[in-house]
Write a protein that binds this ligand. Sequence first.
Ligand code: ATP
Length: 485
Amino acid sequence: MSTAEDLFKKVTAHAKEYGFVFQSSEIYDGLGAVYDYGQNGVELKNNLKEYWWKSMVQIHENIVGIDAAIFMHPKVWKASGHVDGFSDPMIDNKDSKKRYRADQLLEEQIEKYQRKGKSDKAEQLQNELNKALNDNNLDALRDLIVGHEIACPLSGTRNWTEVRQFNLMFNTRMGSVADESDVVYLRPETAQGIFVNFLNVQKTGRMKIPFGIAQIGKAFRNEIIARQFIMRMREFEQMEMQFFVKPGTELDWFEEWKKTRLQWHLALGTPQEKYRYHAHEKLAHYANAAVDIEYEFPFGFREVEGIHSRTDFDLKQHQEFSGKKLQYFDPETNSSYIPYVIETSIGLDRLFLLTLCQSYREEIVGDGDQKDSRVVLSIPPALAPVKAAIFPLTKKDGLPEKAREIMDQLKRSFRCQYEEKDTIGKRYRRHDAIGTPFCITVDHETLAENSVTVRYRDSMEQQRVPVEQLSALIDSKVSLRNLLM
Ligand code: ATP
């Protein structure tokens, strides 16, 4: 395999070629940083959601799920701090007219220093960047960009504007009369839908602290720099869980969830060294501890999931702005309090990208005359879009009918695909490329003995298996049960 950059290009091309991800509105030249999931992508995405949902909601007796609306009362975003504070420091290059996130330009410069072995310089810049961000000092950010001679990658010039804050929320209007008071926002995170329903769920579900509320849903951010494919999108999906705890216990729970969530990632079989924790230097206004789980993408370690100790900030704010009490009555101590919250928040699309990057492999297989190459997605079988592909060896002698019969049996339990076109070898390659763990060939022996050849994706080994054992064999490998802790 060549460079990491090449690998990323190949992964993105593969994602399109095999129906995982398409650019939105492609026939109109696309819409920036908005993507559609194709026929295989949607299956993988649904499987990732199911893995998360089952791990969080089904396995934990004290976590329940909700599905809140995307639109919320505008006051929600005042209370949460998003109207006034959900912004990124942006800088424009006057020649290319391109806009960048000032902190990201500096982060990239730090990575550049590190790659060149200039670790002292990298460390110093990191400290200065942290200070500028902590102090909200936009001039200092600009001075760093200028001082470190950072040029616009497009124009190559250092002709920069001032650094300005740019709010990331999309807004629209509700109802037919245009009036300032009708402005509603597309939610930039799913978390607030959980906070405003805290008491609804606690009371109707008779939940006792500690307990959690989980949600999967779309979020929208008007990201300025949209790069790296589905890494940073304007419309994306989050899987969030807010865990409500007794004040004073939050840091213990924070540690607990930090461990649990990393284990969840590792259960998919990704090597430990591909992950790392990154503790936040600059804490958000609502947090008293925060850590990211980062994965090593081909372009470097990047955040996939955030775990935040959000204190009682959100519930307190909503209590104040709504005038409604948002307290928990503790029957053990006969007293009421506003719970503290630990949040786990993972981007589904980033997890999807991670899965593609981690599973994409190019291999030379066979030798001599049989030498061939293949691209295989070794996606964990439980997540694979198609679990089994069923091939009649030829299109005659009753083999298609027998293959269809097997397909009909299996498709009620697993997502299967029937294919009779091309050689078996070509059919194998097509399914390697989308990560199908089992290819099942129906041949003349099948008619005589009711057995099939099962070919395994990763080892490419073949095994003769009685038809009546197929379902149990597939189930033993593709069931999410294997992953749930
Ligand atoms: P980043 O620093 O990368 O912008 P963030 O710290 O703003 O991310 P959070 O607000 O903590 O992200 O959101 C939780 C998760 O949502 C992130 O870990 C990430 O996986 C995902 N996420 C956030 N923004 C985007 C986006 N624009 N596109 C895709 N996923 C995103």
